[in-house]
Design a binder for this molecule. Structure first.
Ligand code: TYD
Length: 202
């Protein structure tokens, strides 16, 4: 029961993280692991309402950061912590690293403020493992261009995503033991091979 793991998936928009998450979750389930898949912003009733606002309504960068963490507080208390306590593994499509990357790197919210929010909201809970789907921004942008409707973040310029990518890599440099970096520009079978190796270590 103690060994229930909290795993998060991260990366810039267009890295293919959601597709890989599905495959990864299926692979774990096939091995008999009791698993909950959730996402941020969202994961709770209130969180999904905040997501709707966050993805569509322009706002100050710090308002955005605080709403991301407000949704996260709800998510941690109502979903993530109770599941882990029951021995259920949790995979979240994004968590606080996304706030450091998008609100910090992308929008320029000072790291110290984000660290305070992180400490407040989940000071005692960190993912056991974070898979970062890293990809050159031009390739991620090309993949996104097939989407018909883009949200407020996906509509940002290339430079924004360069800053997001660098902020993610800075998080890896600060917490190398928590991250596995996946080269997401590779083919689907190649990425799945890398994921299978990670599953084996779990
Ligand atoms: P995303 O996982 O890309 O959803 P979808 O695959 O359905 O488009 O997440 C939505 C957006 O939210 C994404 O562009 C990044 C942004 N985001 C932040 O800016 N900060 C955060 O803390 C989180 C969790 C997400």
């Amino acid at each position: 029961m103690r060994s229930a793991k909290f795993i998060t998936f991260e990366g810039v928009d267009g890295a293919g993280k959601s597709t890989h998450l599905e495959w990864f979750a299926d692979t774990l389930r096939k091995r008999g692991i009791d698993l909950l898949v959730t996402r941020e912003p969202g994961g709770t009733l209130l969180g999904e309402r905040l997501r709707e606002i966050l993805l569509n309504q322009p706002m100050h960068a710090e308002t955005e950061a605080m709403l991301m963490f407000a949704a996260r507080r709800e998510h941690v208390e109502q979903v993530i912590r109770p599941a882990l306590q029951c021995g259920t593994w949790v995979i979240s499509d994004r968590f606080s690293d996304a706030s450091f990357a998008y609100q910090g790197g992308g929008r320029g919210v000072p790291l110290a403020k984000l660290e305070q929010l992180e400490q407040w909201v989940h000071g005692d809970l960190q993912p056991h493992l974070t898979l970062l789907f890293d990809i050159p921004i031009e390739i991620a942008r090309q993949r996104l261009s097939n989407n018909v409707s883009l949200d407020r973040f996906e509509q940002e310029r290339g430079e924004f995503f360069e800053r997001v990518r660098q902020a993610y890599l800075a998080r890896v440099a600060r917490n190398p033991q928590r991250f596995a970096v996946i080269h997401a520009e590779k083919t689907l079978p190649e990425v799945q091979k890398a994921l299978a190796k990670i599953v084996a270590t779990l």
